[in-house]
Design a protein around this ligand. Structure first.
Ligand code: ZN
Length: 685
């Protein structure tokens, strides 16, 4: 599973600068630096670059290992394009030829519309929107497309043997322009033949029924370790018989897989430890054979390997793009441990008992012996395939249920990717629109990333781990309210200690102002801005949102007499202002004590009342105001990333002496260069 910005909800959490259990917001050394994250923006998409903090201080061997894995990560790009739609590669190469060689007038409105279309296709790895799955609509017409193709260097066009430019145009024009042809990449509408009506390229010439009976015949009954059936193949009909074309060396996508394997072999030669070598050997065997048992074997070793500095994912992994949820798209990331963040979580877990003993809950519900949970935070060094350019924010793999149960899984948050989101979003006007004054804006800009990261760490490492049930309490007593209440308990644990002097003593925050920044952000979101995710007339349903609304409205109501938190109006706009941060801390503590009691005693009625009274309802007129203000900001809802360029430095004997790191500011340029350097599949087969 991956936590992906493809998911609407997570997207907004980032825009809103929020935390959640599965979506930690990791650290940043400083929130406002001179690094310009925004690289490009067009239609509903923006492109950022991400930093590689600490890359220079990795050992040469680690850097070289990252370099080889990165080359493997980039080498499977064509596979993902072809999986998305069978005409994608031919279209992409046509767009590349036009961008590189069109000799006509480039200031024309039509040409500019063509460039935007090309950027969108590159972003989506094909002609269907990466999130909505709808075919992208070009902002120029069919006849202009013909002009572009004819005005470009003919030897650069992806022509099959004997094919003319005119034939290419008549082949591609309806595919690109006819709205009725291949309208959706993934069609899961009830009643549809999802196989026949989806444009994605996992099946050809077969019906959903045929595919289903094909795989039904392959299920092994009572297998405690079932393979992920159909994960790495395309289903086609051969001489009237349904069959699989397996993705492997010598098979489907073999040309690209062989290049990936060659880089993985080089990587194995410089691996950090024996486990990584064993892993890579299994992965290579799998790529060579296509054997899904090998894939599971590999994943077992990979899942256990949690102590290496450098890690990666590489393979056919997620099945979101297959309407039947079986076939996986190819993807890869390369990453290394964020040592700063890891140090921070270590300080917290080392002090877990202190937090437990000083938590404002009833002593009888404290744990006598608490162990914190160490969360792993990583930085990305390269994104490839289905993870590029739209990257996930967190990853939890492997997917096979039996491996998750028997061996466990790795759960990581992507620090530098999340940080890029955070900082880039600070410049988009959102904060200025909703913060109550300049001081609040300045405080968030200075401390926002650091305090967000700490909030998440406290929530994850000690919040969820704290407290215990009374003897005989049914752990499922809170039923459908369990999830928002549990999130509230972990959030309150974090909020309470954010303003505690222990935090500054431990060096986890620079000063008390950082704690204030987190209180500002939490209430601004809980009372105002999270409403942008709710449609007019609807109530709050999602657990994390109910949690944040409950906490914010509860402390507002309970502190009303002393004006701890107030709503202020200015020029017809509503803002939230905190007047007394220390009293607010105590209110968070009071609510934590009550929610711990509810959990410990399994008091369903009290839990239900708390969530229903404070967490569910939305003030209609305030909601309308927030939506209107938000709409005016015109924020691009989808974010992608350009990769850095990693380059080996060679000595006179050809030995690698260093890997240099260069950041990229040209989105289109990177796409064209990938098309030149990492394209290994033929378009005309
Ligand atoms: Zn949580």
């Amino acid at each position: 599973m991956k936590m992906s910005p493809k998911l609407f909800i997570l997207l907004f959490m980032m825009i809103l600068n929020l935390n959640s259990c599965r979506n930690a917001t990791p650290p940043a050394p400083v929130a406002t630096d001179d690094f310009n994250y925004l690289v490009d923006q067009f239609e509903d998409m923006r492109v950022l670059k991400y930093k590689l903090p600490g890359f220079e201080s990795l050992s040469l061997k680690q850097k070289v290992y990252i370099y080889y894995l990165s080359q493997a990560a980039l080498s499977g790009r064509d596979i993902f394009w072809d999986q998305n739609f069978r005409y994608n590669l031919k279209i992409r190469k046509t767009l590349e030829a036009i961008l590189e060689s069109y000799s006509g007038y480039k200031e024309a409105t039509d040409y500019k519309a063509f460039v935007v279309y090309a950027k969108r296709v590159f972003f989506a790895n094909g002609i269907h929107h990466h999130y909505s799955s709808d075919k992208l609509k070009p902002g120029f017409g069919e006849s202009y497309f013909s002009t572009l193709v004819k005005g470009s260097a003919q030897d650069k066009l992806p022509l099959a043997k004997g094919e003319t430019a005119d034939q290419l145009i008549s082949l591609l024009s309806p595919v690109i322009f006819d709205e009725k042809l291949f309208p959706r990449k993934v069609e899961q509408r009830a009643g549809a033949d999802m196989v026949a009506e989806s444009a994605s390229n996992f099946y050809e010439g077969v019906t959903q029924k045929e595919v289903e009976s094909f795989y039904a015949g392959k299920i092994v009954a009572d297998d405690p370790r079932p393979v992920s059936l159909g994960l790495n193949s395309k289903v086609v009909k051969l001489n009237g018989k349904v069959t699989e074309e397996v993705y492997k060396s010598g098979g489907k996508y073999g040309e690209a897989i062989d290049v990936i394997v060659s880089w993985l072999e080089k990587a194995a030669g410089v691996a950090e430890n024996e486990t990584q070598k064993k892993e890579l050997a299994l992965l290579i065997e799998y790529y060579k054979s296509g054997d899904l048992r090998k894939w599971d074997e590999y994943n077992v070793v990979w899942a256990k390997n949690t102590n290496s500095m450098v890690d990666y994912i590489n393979g056919f992994i997620e099945n979101y793009e297959d309407p039947l949820g079986m076939k996986a798209t190819w993807e890869s990331i390369v990453d290394y441990t964020d040592l700063e963040a890891t140090k921070r979580t270590q300080v917290i877990t080392a002090n877990a008992q202190w937090f437990e003993d000083n938590s404002p809950i009833q002593p009888k519900y404290r744990k006598e012996k608490v162990t914190g949970v160490a969360a792993k935070v990583i930085n990305i060094a390269m994104l490839g395939g289905d993870s590029y350019p739209a990257s996930p924010l967190g990853i939890n793999l492997p997917n096979a249920d039996w491996i998750r149960k028997d061996v466990g899984s790795k759960s990581v948050t992507l620090a530098n990717i999340t940080n890029a989101y955070d900082v880039a979003s600070q410049g988009n006007g959102f904060l200025e629109e909703f913060a109550s004054d300049q001081q609040e804006v300045a405080r968030i800009k200075k401390y926002g990333s650091v305090s967000d990261a700490l909030h998440t760490d406290l929530h994850e490492c000690v919040g969820h781990a704290s407290g215990k049930l009374a003897d005989g309490t049914d752990p499922n007593a809170l039923k459908n309210y369990a999830s928002p209440l549990e999130e509230a308990r972990a959030d309150l644990f974090a909020l309470y200690f954010m303003m505690d002097k222990k935090i500054t003593e431990l060096g986890l925050l620079p000063d008390e102002e950082a704690g204030k920044a987190s209180y500002d952000a939490y209430l601004r979101n809980g009372l105002l801005t999270q409403m942008v995710r709710i449609k007019p007339g609807k109530e709050i349903e999602q657990a994390h949102m109910r949690c944040r609304s409950s906490i914010s409205h509860w402390v507002y109501e309970m502190g009303k007499n002393e004006n701890v938190v107030e709503f202020i109006k200015r020029d017809g706009k509503t803002y939230v202002k905190i007047n007394d941060y220390q009293k607010l801390k105590l209110l968070f503590g009071d609510l934590l004590k009550e929610i711990q009691r509810i959990k410990s005693e399994g008091d369903f009625e009290a839990g239900k009342k708390l969530i229903e009274d404070f967490g569910v309802k939305v003030d209609a007129s305030l909601h309308a105001e927030i939506l209107e203000r938000y709409g005016k900001l015109n924020l691009a809802p989808y974010t992608g990333f350009v990769n850095p360029v990693l380059m080996p430095v060679l000595d006179s004997n050809g030995a690698v002496t260093d890997i240099t790191l260069q950041y990229v500011n040209d989105y289109l340029g990177q796409m064209i260069s990938y098309g030149k350097n990492y394209s290994f599949l033929s378009v005309n087969n």
